[in-house]
Ligand binder design. Structure first.
Ligand code: HEM
Ligand code: ISQ
Length: 155
């Protein structure tokens, strides 16, 4: 079954909630990545200089927001076209950045888990459900596949 209008709506709706507090949720997202995979710490340039997670780092915030936005875009594309297409230059750039940073395929599951948990916290336990989780999960998975495939060309 394809990605439905309802699923697209669920993703857009929760992104609107997340957007209400970008500083908080981008920090939360990043903290969850490191909580799940402490070893990922050294891959991020904005962490190498400091012991603790910077509370107000513009790069961290901007990158985290981009991940959320790109996943939203993926949901829209999945519903409209049935597939995720990332602009060629963006994809090439992300392929390079992630290979250079030492990102490996299994890390994508870590980021997925952190992303879903961040949205769950934003939405609240009462409103968060399987349907929402699957909609975000599918949009993320297809985006991750595109980046992983591109990474294979940048070793
Ligand atoms: C950088 C998106 C998965 C680790 C970035 C940037 C974006 C991004 C937009 C910023 C590039 C720039 O402007 O310089 C994504 C998306 C992902 C994904 C959409 C999945 C669908 C991952 C995974 C990891 C990871 C799985 C590993 C835990 C990094 C690192 C950087 C980076 C280390 C460089 C940050 C720095 O040092 O400045 N990513 N990413 N990303 N990403 Fe990801
Ligand atoms: C880069 N790539 C994936 C996830 C991220 C989360 C926070 C900051 C940067 C990121």
């Amino acid at each position: 079954m394809g990605f439905t209008e309802k699923q697209e709506g669920l993703v857009k709706e929760s992104w609107e909630v997340l957007k209400q507090d970008i500083p908080h949720f981008s920090l939360r997202f990043f903290s969850l990545i490191l909580e799940i995979a402490p070893g990922a710490k050294n891959m991020f340039s904005f962490l190498r200089e400091s012991e603790e997670i910077p509370q107000n780092n513009p790069k961290l915030k901007a990158h985290a927001v981009k991940v959320f936005k790109m996943t939203c875009e993926s949901a829209i594309q999945l519903r409209e076209k049935g597939e995720v297409v990332v602009a060629d230059t963006t994809l090439k750039y992300l392929g390079t950045v992630h290979v250079k940073s030492g990102v490996k395929d299994p890390h994508f599951e870590v980021v997925k888990e952190a992303l879903l948990r961040t949205i769950e916290e934003a939405i609240g336990e009462e409103k968060w459900n399987e349907e929402m989780k699957n909609a975000w999960g599918e949009a993320y998975d297809q985006l991750a596949e595109a980046i992983k495939a591109e990474m294979k060309n940048h070793h």
